[in-house]
Design a protein around this ligand. Structure first.
Ligand code: GDP
Ligand code: IMO
Ligand code: MG
Length: 423
């Protein structure tokens, strides 16, 4: 299937986990390149539900190799917890089948506390983070004061470095009115986790280049979504990594010219969790989806904000990521509607915009301009082929792909592996 980057084309939770699991059948290796356990990727297999936070969603296919790349920030204790939860669910995670980059930066309890305190201090301007310490951990990385997996693999050195970091961060936490962390507790917990992770830690760049040489196919699993990208998203209401296609290269060490294809995953409508502007947000859509028991966050359980499909956003996402193919998920969420709105442009004062404005305050002032399409008013969840979808559903999918400016390749009509239509 060639080397494929899969990205979220909206604000995260597009159904990347489901599509990755589906596509992994034709890949040899699945790589996470950015983000941390702020991600929550859901895979449903029969009656079982798996939520992946740090481990690539390819892990459910036994014969594949999963890699956590250098660009990911790892909470070591949380990663051990995730491995144990998956093992308890019957998932095999053996040496050789799972690799962790020795260059990945680490997330510590003081990062989580800083994340929380900074949110509290921001008051109503808060970002609505997942409170997993992601921003402070990437902050340390950029400030060149972070600790990495290779440090954790050297206990004596790690303990010395951590001691200084805890001292410094406890002072910052105190200034922010927060609780301090116990050096001993953090150190013990991390060194305990280190021994469980040690069999998996390696130079994943070298591994991936050897795999490339051997002609193996790599699938890059994006976390979050385009508008949460640190550079291209709705700053400051973003996460702290590059969630767009370029992040797959920097976060794995695989160069751009080795990438063959970019797939953008988007919902047939739009959701966002956390604060920040969302032009096509619509209370009726939120109420409808929440009423169906859908759209609650996989990581924090928060109700997601919902709205109509926003083609201004996805068009921009197609540009930034170079999206070749689209996977549209959650089509079935719209099954009951008679008419469906699609945002084609924004109005800002008297100007009509085709792409989102850079200034987030201006984006918050944008009014969505909608077209209305006819709904199909019947279930799509049983459709196995394109021809089995209602004609109006096919028209809707074609319309949103055309407005986005990329080719429709996959339509998803339910959370299950077999509820996936390949065009
Ligand atoms: P991710 O973070 O992009 O992997 O997405 P999440 O797992 O956070 O959220 C997507 C949600 O939609 C999950 O509950 C999935 O099981 C579910 N899902 C994915 N595709 C479909 C679909 O086509 N229909 C329905 N009903 N649910 C879907
Ligand atoms: P997946 O991979 C949806 C959002 C948070 C918040 C902002 C910053 O499952 O699509 P952070 O904790 O990263 O500092 O929070 O980003 N956010 C996500 N929203 N899906 C995600 O991941 C997200 N990861 C972070 O809600 O608005
Ligand atoms: Mg998610």
């Amino acid at each position: 299937m060639a080397n494929t980057i899969l990205v979220g084309a909206q604000w995260g939770d597009e159904g990347k986990g489901k599509i990755i699991d589906f596509l992994t059948e034709h890949a040899d290796i699945v790589v996470r390149s950015q983000g941390g356990n702020n991600a929550g990727h859901t895979v449903i297999l029969g009656a079982k539900k798996y939520i992946l936070h740090l481990i690539p969603s390819g892990i459910l296919r036994r014969e594949k190799v999963c890699v956590i790349g250098n660009g990911v920030v790892i909470d070591p204790v949380s990663l051990v917890g995730e491995i144990e939860t998956l093992k308890a669910q019957g998932v095999k995670i053996g040496k050789g089948q799972f690799l962790i980059s020795d260059a990945a930066h680490l997330v510590f309890p003081y990062h989580r506390l800083l994340d929380e305190r900074r949110e509290v201090k921001k008051g109503r301007n808060k970002i609505g983070t997942t409170k997993r310490g992601i921003g402070p951990a990437y902050g340390d990385k950029a400030a060149r004061t972070g600790l990495r997996m290779c440090d954790l693999m050297q206990p004596a050195l790690f303990t010395e470095k951590l001691r200084l970091k805890v001292r410094e961060n406890n002072a910052v936490l105190k200034a922010l009115g927060g609780a301090s962390v116990s050096f001993k507790e953090v150190n013990d917990a991390c060194l305990g986790a280190a021994e469980k992770l040690r069999p998996f830690v390696t130079n994943t760049v070298v591994y991936l280049h050897e795999a490339l040489k051997a002609g193996r196919n790599i699938l890059f699993e994006g976390a979050q979504g385009t508008f949460l990208d640190l550079d291209h998203g709705t700053y400051p209401y973003v996460t702290s990594s590059n969630t767009t296609a370029g992040g797959a290269c920097t976060g794995s060490g695989v160069p751009p010219h080795r990438m063959d294809r970019v797939i953008g995953v988007m919902k047939a409508y739009t959701t966002r969790v956390g604060e920040g502007p969302f032009p096509s947000e619509d209370v009726l859509v939120s109420d409808m989806l929440h009423g169906m028991g859908r759209e609650y966050g996989a990581t924090t359980g928060r109700a997601r904000r919902c709205g109509w499909f926003d083609a201004v956003a996805t068009r921009y996402a197609a540009m930034i990521n170079g999206i070749d193919d689209l996977a549209v998920t959650n089509l079935d969420g719209l099954d009951s509607l008679e008419r469906i709105k699609v945002c084609t442009h924004y109005k800002l004062g008297r100007k009509q915009l085709d792409v989102p404005p850079t200034d987030t305050r201006q984006l918050a002032e944008c009014e969505p301009v909608y077209i209305e399409l006819e709904g199909w008013g019947k279930p799509t969840t049983e459709a196995k082929r394109w021809g089995e979808l209602p004609a109006k559903a096919r028209e809707y999918l074609k319309a949103i792909a055309e407005l986005t400016g990329a080719k429709l390749a996959i339509a998803s009509v339910g959370p299950g592996r077999d509820q996936t239509i390949v065009l």
